[in-house]
Design a protein around this ligand. Structure first.
Ligand code: 0RA
Length: 645
C-alpha cells in the first residue's frame, strides 16, 4: 500500500465520520422526524436493502424480530453485504456501507453500490441513529462481523466462523439521545408495512415476530407475509369487506419505456374511490404522474367503450372523470431508476415520462379486458352511469351548503356556540353528542377559544349513503358551515376548500360507552370519507372523558381505566367510594372542564392514518354492508367492548 492511498483513506474516513455526525445532528433531514414515524422508518431502511437484493434475484426471505429490549433483528438470505477490502476507502466494504452516507446511493460507480437501493438513505443512517448495531454477514463460506456504537465501529471487520448460507443479519437498538419521544415499536405498524411489502413484491416471504408479546398458546406473536400473486391478492385483501360487482380482479402487468408497471383493480358496490399508488415500494400519498397516467388510461378507455356500447344514448347528463372511479379499488405500482419526488411530503412523483407510459399500458390492456369480458364491462358502465346521476343530485345538495357558508357572514348554524377569538390556530370546536351534554360543555368551556357544536343523536352513516343524501343531511351541513369548509372547485368537484377553516382543533367528544364509541366512529367515518385532508393535517382529535371518580371525604381523583381506579382505591384506603361515569351527562360543567376540556389537564387523542388501506378496510367493515366480517372484527376485538360491562 503506498503512501498516497493511506492519506486518502484517512481523509475519506474523516469525511465519513462527518457525514454520520451530520445525520445525528439533523436526523429529520434523513428520516423525516424523530417521533414514532422516524423510529419505525429505521427498520424500513434496512428491509429496503433486503428487498433490493430480492429485486436483483438473490433473496426470497426476510425475518424481522422485535426483541424484548426493543432492539430489532433483521435477517435476509441475500448475497450478504460485501466484506472484501474496498479499493478506494481502504477498509472493508461492509464498514463503508455502514459508515458512509451515500448521496443517492452512488458513491463509487466502479465498485459496489452503496445500497439504499432505488431510494432511501441507506443502512448507514440507521447505524448513525442507533446506540448499538451489529452486522453479521454470511458470505463465501465465512461469517464476518462488526459492531458499532452511534455509528462508530468498535473494531475492524473480523471473521468469526464458517457457514454454508449467505445473507445479512443486522441487530440495532435506536438511540434514546435521538428518539426522545418514544423508543417503543408498534407491532401493528410494522405488520401493515410488511404485509404491504409482501403484496408489492410477490414471492418474498417476510416474517415478523414480537418477542415482547405471547399469544394464547404461549408462543411469541408472529406472522408470515407472503403473496404468490402480488397486487391481485392485495386488491382482494383491501376489498375483503366489500361486495364486488365484477367477476374477478383486473390485472395489468407490463413494461413501457423501460418502466415496469403493475396495476390491479376491481369495482365494488360502494361509492368510494380507493387508489393506492407506489413508486419503488413507496406509497405516493400525493399521487403524481403515474396516477395521472392511470386515470387518463382508465377514463379514455372506459369512455370509448361506453360510447360504442350505446348504453349512454339516452343519458342526458355529462359523464365526468370522477364517475369512472366510483366504487373503484386500484393499486398502481411502478419501479423507476431515478424518481423525482415532489409535494409537501415528498410523496408525489414528478417524472414527466411516466404519465404516458402508464396511460398507454393501462389503455391497451384494459381495452382487451373489456372486449373479452363483456359482462364485466356492462357492469362497470352501468356503475359509471349511476355515479354520474348521483353526482348531479349531490351537486344540487352541495350548492345549498355553499350558499349558506359563503354568502351569509352570520350564517353559522344556530346550534353552534362559537368562541370569541378569531385566529383558527388558537381555536377549538367540540362536536358533542346530544343537546344535554352540549349544554354542560357550553357551561364548562373557556369561551375565548372553545366552541361547542352539539350533534343530534346518531349522525348519518355515510358509508351506506349516497353522496347527495350526505349533503342533504342537516347535522352534516352544520359541520360544514360551523367549520367554514366548502366543497368543489372548477377542476375537482370533491376538493375541500380549507382556506376559511375556522378551527385547527376539531374534537369529537362522546360518552365513554359503546353508544358513544359508535357515534365517534360514525363521525370519524364522515371525516375519513369526506374531509380526509383534515385527518391528514392532524386537525381531528378525540376527547377522553374519565370512566370513574374515586372519592374519600374531600379527596377526589379521576380514573380513565380499571387499573388506575384500583390504584387510587388502594391509595385512598378504607372508606373510598367509586362513581362510574356512564356518560358525559353525568358530569357537571366543572368536572367536564377539569377532566376533558382543560388543555392543562386533558388527554386528546389525535387521529392519524397509519395505513390508508387499513383505515379503509376498517371503516367499510364497521360501517358497510357486509355483516359477517363486522361480527368477526367485533369478536376479535371484544376486549375493547368490555369497557361497557
Ligand atoms: C452493498 C452491495 C451489495 C449488497 C448490499 C450492500 C446489501 C445490503 C444489505 C442490507 C441488508 N441486507 C443487505 N443485503 C445486501 C451487492 C452485493 C454483491 O454484489 O455481491
Amino acid at each position: 500500500m503506498d503512501k498516497k492511498q493511506n492519506n486518502n483513506y484517512s481523509a475519506d474516513n474523516i469525511q465519513a465520520l462527518e457525514g454520520m455526525e451530520h445525520v445525528r445532528m439533523r436526523p429529520s433531514m434523513y428520516i423525516g422526524d424523530v417521533g414514532t414515524r422516524g423510529l419505525h422508518h429505521l427498520l424500513y431502511e434496512v428491509v429496503d436493502n433486503s428487498i433490493d437484493e430480492s429485486l436483483a434475484g438473490h433473496c426470497d426471505k426476510i425475518e424481522v424480530t422485535i426483541n424484548e429490549d426493543n432492539s430489532i433483528t433483521t435477517q435476509d438470505n441475500g448475497r450478504g453485504i460485501p466484506v472484501d477490502m474496498h479499493k478506494k476507502e481502504g477498509v472493508s466494504a461492509l464498514e463503508v456501507v455502514m459508515t458512509k452516507i451515500g448521496a443517492g446511493g452512488k458513491f463509487d460507480k466502479d465498485s459496489y453500490k452503496v445500497s439504499g437501493g432505488l431510494h432511501g438513505v441507506g443502512v448507514s443512517c440507521v447505524n448513525a441513529l442507533s446506540e448499538s448495531l451489529k452486522a453479521t454477514i454470511h458470505r463465501d463460506g465465512k461469517i464476518w462481523e462488526q459492531e458499532y456504537e452511534r455509528g462508530k465501529p468498535l473494531y475492524p471487520v473480523k471473521e468469526v466462523g464458517t457457514t454454508d448460507i449467505t445473507g445479512t443479519i443486522v441487530v440495532f437498538k435506536p438511540d434514546p439521545q435521538i428518539f426522545k419521544e418514544t423508543l417503543e415499536f408498534s407491532y401493528s405498524t410494522f405488520a401493515n408495512r410488511m404485509r404491504e411489502l409482501a403484496y408489492l413484491n410477490k414471492g418474498i416471504r417476510i416474517t415478523l415476530t414480537d418477542k415482547r408479546q405471547k399469544d394464547d398458546k404461549g408462543e411469541f406473536v408472529s406472522e408470515e407475509f407472503y403473496s404468490k400473486e402480488g397486487l391481485k391478492e392485495f386488491i382482494t385483501f383491501l376489498d375483503e369487506t366489500k361486495t364486488p360487482i365484477i367477476e374477478k380482479v383486473i390485472f395489468i402487468e407490463g413494461e413501457k419505456k423501460d418502466i415496469p408497471i403493475e396495476v390491479a383493480m376491481i369495482y365494488n358496490s360502494s361509492f368510494n374511490e380507493n387508489i393506492y399508488s407506489y413508486v419503488n415500494n413507496i406509497n405516493t400519498h400525493e399521487g403524481g404522474t403515474h396516477l395521472s397516467g392511470f386515470r387518463r388510461g382508465l377514463t379514455n378507455t372506459l369512455k370509448k367503450y361506453a360510447d360504442n356500447s350505446g348504453m349512454l344514448d339516452k343519458l342526458k347528463i355529462e359523464i365526468a372523470g370522477d364517475d369512472f372511479r366510483e366504487g373503484l379499488t386500484a393499486v398502481i405500482s411502478v419501479k423507476i431508476a431515478e424518481p423525482q419526488f415532489e409535494g409537501q411530503t415528498k410523496t408525489k412523483l414528478g417524472n414527466r415520462e411516466v404519465t404516458s407510459a402508464v396511460s398507454q399500458a393501462v389503455s391497451e390492456m384494459l381495452e382487451n379486458y373489456l372486449e373479452e369480458n363483456p359482462n364485466d364491462a356492462k357492469q362497470i358502465v352501468q356503475k359509471v352511469i349511476l355515479a354520474a346521476q348521483a353526482r348531479h343530485a349531490a351537486r344540487k345538495a352541495r350548492e345549498m351548503i355553499q350558499r349558506k357558508t359563503v354568502m351569509s357572514g352570520g350564517g353559522l348554524p344556530g346550534k353552534l356556540s362559537d368562541c370569541s377569538m378569531q385566529d383558527p390556530a388558537m381555536c377549538e370546536v367540540f362536536l358533542v353528542e346530544g343537546d344535554s351534554a352540549g349544554g354542560t360543555a357550553k357551561q364548562g368551556r373557556d369561551r375565548n377559544f372553545q366552541a361547542i357544536l352539539p350533534l343530534r343523536g346518531k349522525i348519518l352513516n355515510v358509508e351506506k349513503a349516497m353522496q347527495y343524501k350526505v349533503f342533504e343531511n342537516e347535522e352534516i351541513r352544520n359541520i360544514y358551515t360551523a367549520l367554514g369548509i366548502t366543497v368543489g372547485t372548477e377542476e375537482d368537484e370533491k376538493a375541500l376548500n380549507l382556506e376559511k377553516l375556522r378551527y385547527h382543533k376539531i374534537v369529537i367528544m362522546c360518552d365513554a360507552d359503546i353508544d358513544g364509541s359508535h357515534i365517534s366512529t360514525l363521525i370519524l367515518t364522515f371525516f375519513f370519507r369526506y374531509m380526509k385532508e383534515l385527518v391528514e393535517k392532524g386537525y381531528i382529535y378525540i376527547a377522553t372523558p374519565p370512566l370513574y371518580l374515586v372519592k374519600k371525604g374531600q379527596k377526589k381523583r379521576y380514573a380513565w381505566n380499571e387499573a388506575q381506579r384500583d390504584e387510587i382505591m388502594q391509595e385512598f384506603g378504607q372508606g373510598a367510594s367509586i362513581q362510574r361515569y356512564k356518560g358525559l351527562g353525568e358530569m357537571n360543567a366543572e368536572q367536564l372542564w377539569d377532566t376533558t376540556m382543560n388543555p392543562e389537564a386533558r388527554t386528546l387523542r389525535q387521529v392519524t392514518i397509519n395505513s390508508n388501506g387499513e383505515a379503509d378496510r376498517v371503516f367499510s367493515m364497521l360501517m358497510g354492508e357486509e355483516v359477517p366480517p363486522r361480527r368477526a372484527f367485533i369478536e376479535e376485538n371484544a376486549v375493547y367492548a368490555n369497557i361497557d360491562a
